[in-house]
Design a protein around this ligand. Sequence first.
Ligand code: DGL
Length: 328
Amino acid sequence: MNKKQIYILATGGTISAQGDEGKTLGYTNGVFKLGSIIKTLKGIENISNLDGEQIFNISSEDMCIDKLLILAKRINELSKLDSIDAFVIMQGTDTLEESAFFLNLVVKTSKPVIITGAMRPATANSADGPNNLYDAIVVASNKDAVGKGVLVVFSDYIISGRDVQKVDTFRCQAFNGKEFGCCGYVHDDIVNFINKSLKPHTINSEFNIDNIKSLPKVGIVYFDADLDSDIFDYYISRDYKGIVIAGSGSGMISKRWKNKILEMTKNSIAVVRSSMAEGGSVDRDNLDEEYCTIPAYTLTPLKARILLSIALEKSNSYDYLKSVFERY
Ligand code: DGL
């Protein structure tokens, strides 16, 4: 069997962290660099050849859109090389779901792109980084991962970049694919794909960021029944082009917010309604016609922010943005 050439892009996060011997709390991110992390993987040389780079060394809280643009462009550039078969990205888990969806929308390759990380620092007794990284490389090396879009491999699961979400603050099984489930699992060197996301991604998405330097600003506003609509003035004054509301229930908002939202949509600020609820969908509602809002369907507020920002770069037409949220 020809071993696959896997290119690893390390960005920091707990997978690179050092803490008190054996402990899981109070660690420092980014202490262990890519080279020393790879050395901890036993038997990986039988699976694939590894190369890579330390593209950033940050906590994932600092993985802003400008950094994601750099990461996506780097993957797009490297993916043209015949000498690379697949990519593995290591990053902090806190914003991993946003990176996964962003890359899923803008990376232009059908080569596997797998993201992983760790919930426990490398020095913890229960360090999960080596196993997650090993699994990510195994999945990246598997022919069935080709053309599946960006995937997250974490605690033995393979989860689509579109649906993955972080669901725990300290347990190792910290990610799931919402009620849509996972795409499959990895167990040592066995990779078993069971489901796939049918939403457009990578080479089939209409978004291309290669010549783009920055994206329109989009903010998330978390609803509560007492929150004054003046909260939106901040975003308006800072030239935000879009707002995602994390609404109650099926993306609902108070009377006191509605006039402000109409004022914003009339002034070409796109407003997307998503939900703070964990499951279900925010579907079309009469509200949308009346206030020119856009339902986020099954996208969480975090994912809706990413999609809105990328789509706004193409057009701020209401009909276009509405159709993007229907399709992605
Ligand atoms: N500071 C967090 C980050 O980089 C660590 C979280 C993690 O990697 O689990 O996202």
